[in-house]
Design a protein around this ligand. Structure first.
Ligand SMILES: [Zn+2]
Length: 457
């Protein structure tokens, strides 16, 4: 078939055009790479609409001057996972789903962060999830499986990067790991890292020149912005990373908004949009720095793949959308699940009536068919919730009830989901500052690393 071949050759040309343009570019002193995990155009544009409704202003990530549509497939699948896409964005090569910093045959790849380190720059790796989760690990780790958290933790220390910040280190003391050598935090301290765990005051007190730092705001991932906006945020870590890493040779800082993906898997739009806004706050910190150093700073924002098949429309609301209705949700599905589990604590035989107050408080539902409120539940919607309640009661540790509730609220807002997994929808890469014009047209996720490696030499 001739047509696919032509499309392929056009794509190949676009790839080399971006890489060639990068080769002609001069190094940039300060390079930021922001990755919204699970964030593609629907997540960005729904969050944009909600931000405009709530604040009269759109998001910083959608206001950057250069844009490139970015394809995401992995070496072995049209639909990528975060390990393969992280590796593509970090190292510039395709690999199989599940693999970190290696090609499909197990050959070691070099990431843009490693190139930056080797050229004498300071390097920061930040994420709202755990520091050895797939996306951040792709910048320092080399492993056949993203699930080998302990080994990736060892790679983290081995990288010698200057600043790790955000969530904690997963399985930091996994004695069952074949490579077990002790607690990762202790190994890091032995290698000269200052480790600051869940102590934002101690982190604030650190001064430039303090040496290498691992700073965590939680043992696992940071909390959801919707549930705990005053808890440590990824923007706080971004601010501190800039302060500690600014130096004559420049820096490379990667910041991941990792929980956008998690709540897309959960089909919980309100929590997703709060996470996108949280991620946007971190990007704003970098853009503020760029305003002071306009000729020396590049800010790049991308996603690693789309999650959930989010659609900005719903058959039941036709041409109308009511994105503002997401504001009625006050808890993430995760927080609702723990609160509802408590209600059923000790094997209590609870009735549907018992969860109505929690459902109202969490999702804004009005349980009165005669009410004029747009969040009043129809008989059919109440029926859906009652059925879900029945399923949930069989296993209260699972989220059947919150899933049904989120679906009803999302549909009322004019949104729908088609999957609880990733999709192959391309993502958007945005860029601003020195060298940003290279990010244009259609590129592949591997081009991001190819371009950035030239700029951090
Ligand atoms: Zn995912």
């Amino acid at each position: 078939m001739a047509i696919p071949k032509i499309i392929l050759s056009i794509a190949a040309f676009a790839v080399s055009a971006a890489a060639l343009a990068a080769q002609a570019a001069k190094p940039v002193k300060y390079v930021f790479l922001f990755i919204g995990d699970g964030m593609s155009i629907p997540q960005r544009m729904t969050a944009e609409e909600l931000a405009r409704i709530n604040t009269g202003k759109g998001l910083a990530i959608n206001s950057m001057p250069h844009q490139a549509l970015t394809t995401t497939r992995s070496a072995n699948s049209f639909i990528t996972d975060s390990a393969a896409s992280g590796t593509a964005i970090a190292c510039g090569s395709k690999t199989n789903n599940g693999m970190i910093g290696m090609d499909p045959k197990g050959g070691r790849l070099k990431s843009v962060a490693e190139v930056a380190r080797d050229s004498g720059r300071k390097v920061g790796i930040l994420t709202s999830v755990t520091l050895n989760h797939a996306t951040p690990a792709a910048f320092y780790g080399h492993n056949r499986s993203r699930g080998n958290y302990y080994d990736l933790g060892l790679d983290l220390v081995e990288s010698g990067f200057d600043f790790f910040g955000g969530g904690g280190i997963a399985e930091c003391d996994n004695k069952k790991a074949k490579s077990y050598k002790g607690d990762i935090y202790e190994i890091a301290e032995g290698r000269g890292y200052t480790v600051v765990r869940k102590d934002m005051k101690a982190l604030a007190a650190l001064k430039p020149g303090c040496g290498k730092v691992i700073a965590t705001g939680a043992d696992g991932a940071l909390m959801y912005n919707l549930d705990a906006p005053d808890s440590p945020r990824i923007a706080d870590f971004t601010k501190k990373a800039i302060e500690l890493l600014d130096n004559e040779r420049g820096f490379f800082i990667m910041v991941e908004g990792g929980k956008i993906d998690w709540m897309c898997h959960a089909n919980d739009a309100a929590t997703v949009m709060a996470e996108v806004a949280d991620f946007d706050n971190a990007v704003k910190v970098a853009l503020e720095f760029a305003r002071k150093n306009p000729r020396d700073t590049l800010v790049v924002v991308t996603g690693d793949h789309e999650t959930g098949g989010l659609t900005m429309g719903f058959a039941g609301t036709a041409y109308n959308s009511y994105i503002d209705r997401l504001n009625a949700q006050k808890r993430s599905r995760e927080a609702f699940n723990s609160a509802s589990k408590k209600l059923a604590g000790g094997g209590k035989d609870i009735e549907f009536e018992d969860v109505i107050p929690l459902l109202s408080e969490s999702f804004g539902f009005v349980f009165d068919e005669d009410s004029e409120s747009p969040l009043a539940l129809s008989e059919a919607e109440r029926g859906e919730l009652e059925k879900a309640f029945g399923r949930w009661k069989k296993d209260v540790s699972k989220g059947a009830l919150s899933l049904a509730a989120a679906k009803i609220l999302n549909n009322k807002a004019g949104l729908a989901w088609t999957s609880d997994a990733h999709t192959a929808l391309p993502v958007e890469t945005s860029a601003q500052g020195a060298g940003a014009e290279v990010f244009s047209g259609t590129i592949d996720n591997t081009d991001i690393a190819k371009i950035l490696k030239e700029l951090v030499r």
